[in-house]
Write a protein that binds this ligand. Structure first.
Ligand code: NAP
Ligand code: MG
Length: 402
């Protein structure tokens, strides 16, 4: 038996594309495998392998997460016209993240990594703000029309027994316009509420939810009511034991409170609010490259990843043999998140301790003034230097050994 830290059950390892694929291999080689007898079930979601398997590998990877419970994923290319040319694809495959999310029926939680010298634009923010985005329905599954002058729009709902309910939306006069229909389902809102409440209880953070129920007295009100009912019936005790709170407030008030807060809570957002606010929060905390992301399914499956993409521009430099300074923090934290969850499920205290130590080494490296270019540009540390992509990992490894 080696003196490395042992694992029982593997994590599902999902490899990806471009610069993050390069970083992926280095993170394992430099920061994990020297210390951990790493057990993974490996799936290659790089575009070549997706093409070879006609994308079956993506579904297999998602199914494996159901089997093993914990996965870690590298960023992957979502093909567009240019990528179809570049990689000679026979089809424009769908976003792997979309496919995996649909199979696991999960909610995505995004949280920034805070490091010394990287100061949030909002000076009161001291702790991370985790955004939970509802990933179903509303305008993302809409039906919409342009409406000509003189047209009349109505909302028609046909019940199971065939009876119709009608509501006038608008009669367009000399000016035409636009009209849109949106929906959501009680089941989807309910799983979203449970995912948020589980995550808040797990991480011992307050949960905030905001919608616009003063204006949308049926649609947004339904979100509020479902959250309230599920909280009262299933989570009130667990929250009070954990010393945390659930609160609902109007979305505009929520934003005002978020800005004045110190952070350290989970902010549940409707689909559109989450789309927009996660970019705002990531930017305000300093860098997209410091954003981590975890997909949590209602059955308790977890998939960890970096929130950023494959960093294409850096990869083209790397492929030409030019030096790069690409930030690996979110990728490293995806690995530590997955290993910590594995350790928690399997009761492996050494693996949990190692994950914490690796995170500490990353933060201490940055606090010690060694960082990649994106952080170098915004760090307030008086003494700092820019490290190359691999150099940052080697410096971090030194602190693990120290
Ligand atoms: P991106 O890869 O996140 O990069 C956008 C820009 O943000 C980069 O060009 C870089 O700015 C900066 N950046 C992002 N991550 C960084 C890091 N780790 N270190 C330093 N700088 C970083 O987004 P994109 O260029 O829009 O997309 C590229 C590919 O990624 C696309 O094919 C897309 O489909 C895919 N994508 C995948 C995922 C995923 O798998 N979760 C998510 C988003 C996008 P500078 O160039 O100015 O240095
Ligand atoms: Mg967005």
């Amino acid at each position: 038996m080696s003196d490395k830290i042992q694992m029982n059950t593997p994590v599902v390892e999902i490899d990806g594309d471009e610069m993050t694929r390069v970083i992926w291999a280095w993170v394992k080689e430099i920061l994990i495998e020297p210390f951990v007898d790493l057990k993974t079930v490996y799936f290659d979601l790089g575009l070549d392998e997706r093409e070879r398997t006609k994308d079956a590998v993506t579904t297999q990877a998602a199914e494996a997460i159901k089997e093993y419970g914990v996965g870690v994923k590298c960023a992957t290319i979502t093909p567009n016209e240019e990528r179809v040319q570049e990689y000679g694809l026979s089809e424009m495959y769908k976003s792997p993240n979309g496919t995996i999310r649909a199979i696991l029926d999960g909610t995505v939680f995004r949280a920034p990594v805070l490091a010394k010298g990287i100061v949030p634009y909002i000076p009161t923010w001291k702790r991370p703000i985790t955004i939970a985005r509802h990933a179903y329905g509303d305008i993302y599954r809409n039906a919409e029309f342009p409406a000509g002058a003189g047209s009349r729009a109505e909302l028609v709902l046909t019940a199971a027994d065939g009876t119709e309910k009608r509501l006038s939306i608008h009669s367009f006069d000399s000016s035409g316009g636009i009209v849109q229909g949106v929906h959501n389902t009680d089941a989807s809102i309910g799983s979203f509420a449970r995912a948020c409440m589980n995550y808040a209880a797990d991480t011992k953070q307050d949960l905030w939810f905001g919608a616009k129920d003063t204006i949308s007295k049926t649609y947004d009100r339904r979100f509020r009511d479902i959250f309230d009912e599920i909280f009262a019936a299933e989570y009130r005790e667990a929250f009070s034991e954990a010393g945390i709170e659930y609160s609902y407030t109007l979305i505009d008030d929520a934003i005002a409170r978020v800005i004045r807060s110190e952070g350290g809570f989970v902010w549940a957002c409707k689909n559109y609010d989450g789309d927009v606010m996660s970019d705002m929060v990531a930017t305000a905390f300093g860098s997209l490259a410091m954003m981590t992301s975890v997909l949590v399914s209602p059955q308790g499956y977890y998939e960890y990843e970096a929130a950023h993409g494959t960093v294409q521009r850096h990869f083209y430099k790397h492929a030409k043999g030019e030096p790069t300074s690409t930030n690996s923090v979110a990728t490293i934290f995806a690995w530590t998140g997955a290993l910590k969850k594995r350790a928690e499920i399997d009761g492996l205290s050494e693996l949990a301790a190692f994950s914490g130590k690796l995170e500490g080494a990353v933060l201490d490296t940055i606090a010690g003034g060694i960082m990649t270019g994106d952080l170098f540009a915004i760090s307030t540390l008086p003494e700092k230097r820019q490290a190359g992509t691999k150099e940052f990992l080697l410096e971090t490894a030194k602190l693990i050994r120290a």
